[in-house]
Ligand binder design. Structure first.
Ligand SMILES: [Zn+2]
Length: 346
């Protein structure tokens, strides 16, 4: 047998042996060992390549070609066997592995915390639900009718100014307040009503005390024989529950198109308890929102019959409530998503 024939026989034996071992491998780990044994840097195939040096010159190309063919065949066979074994191993692992998702995490790790806006919203909803109020939501993009017209904000009202409102198109806006929720509720439900509308609102405004995207919550009561006294009692109850017992509430006359009469709501400054501090500018009082009896013109847009039914409404900015309750100095902190800031409200 010539040297070349001898080498070819060896190569063929090696190929058969490698294929058999690969097919017989019981795990992907075993398979990898077979690969290293035959195709590795110091494997059998490398050994055989070394014999090429001693072959006659004219036989080298053919032998080299054969070695390459064997190498490719083995690599292909390895890949196929690996795919099969790995799929099988994953199936087996899934079948045997049991996971108890109710076990507490090891080491605790970094746990998320509730955002102060969500926390304040939840608290207000909890307090008001004790008076029978339940939550409603509405779309962010509102028709002009719901955001303005039905709330008695006529076409020439300053609130419609381009400076304040994000227009989607001439008849749709990003809602500038949560009051459209009141209109939706009066259209689709029958009084008596006690609802809370909450969510994001949008205005073209941004500085240390204004965000273009902030949150409001407002309450609306529609019932028979509703008076300012009922409104004052409701708001006073809320202030004591939310900011603390002993705090007083006062109404200052004001103007909103959708309520008549209207008032600004002040309460005893919760930070200094009325003694005077930088938050309340030494006055001892702090403005927390607006309110009033629902303007009969608003009822006229909804089908609710006035004066058989009357109502009041009150609203707060949620970030502002959080600022007052927790003494936050810059409203922009609420949107920076700094974990250290958010975690203070745990
Ligand atoms: Zn104060």
């Amino acid at each position: 047998m010539s040297q070349a024939q001898n080498a070819q026989t060896k190569l063929e034996e090696l190929r058969q042996s490698a294929l058999a071992k690969m097919q017989g491998a019981a795990s992907s780990k075993d398979l990898y060992e077979v690969k290293v044994e035959f195709l590795g840097k110091n494997g059998f195939l490398t050994e055989i390549m070394k014999e090429m040096a001693s072959l006659p010159k004219e036989e080298k190309p053919l032998f080299g070609k054969l070695v390459n063919e064997v190498k490719q065949a083995l690599e292909q066979s390895y890949q196929q066997a690996e795919l099969k074994l790995k799929a099988h191993e994953i199936e087996e692992k899934m079948a045997n592995e049991e996971m108890d998702l109710t076990l507490p995490a090891v080491g605790g790790g970094n746990q998320g915390s509730e955002h102060p806006v969500a926390k304040v919203t939840d608290e207000i909803v909890r307090i008001m639900s004790r008076l029978g109020y339940s939550l409603r939501q509405g779309p962010w993009i509102e028709k002009d009718f719901y955001n303005f017209e039905a709330l008695n904000i006529p076409a020439n009202h300053p609130a419609r100014d381009m400076q304040d409102t994000f227009f989607i198109d001439p008849t749709h806006v990003l809602r500038t307040h949560t009051s459209p929720i009141q209109i939706h509720s009066m259209e689709s439900e029958r009084p008596p009503l006690r609802i809370l509308g909450t969510g994001a609102v949008f205005r073209c405004d941004s500085d240390i005390s204004h965000l273009p995207h902030f949150h409001q919550i407002e309450g609306m009561c529609v019932d028979r024989h509703v008076s300012m006294a009922d409104l004052k009692g409701t708001v006073s109850f809320f202030v004591r529950e939310f900011f603390g017992a002993g705090l007083k509430t006062r109404f200052r006359p004001s103007f909103f198109p959708f309520t008549e009469p209207s008032a600004e709501i002040d309460c005893t400054c919760p930070i200094c308890k009325g003694k005077g501090c930088s938050l309340c500018k030494s006055s001892g009082w702090i403005e927390i929102g607006g309110c009033g009896l629902i303007n009969p013109k608003v009822f006229g847009f909804t089908g609710v019959q006035y004066p058989e039914w009357q109502g009041f409404a009150f609203g707060f900015g949620i970030e502002r409530m959080a600022i007052i309750k927790y003494g936050v100095e810059d409203i922009r902190l609420f949107v920076e998503n700094n974990l250290k800031f958010n975690q203070q409200f745990e």
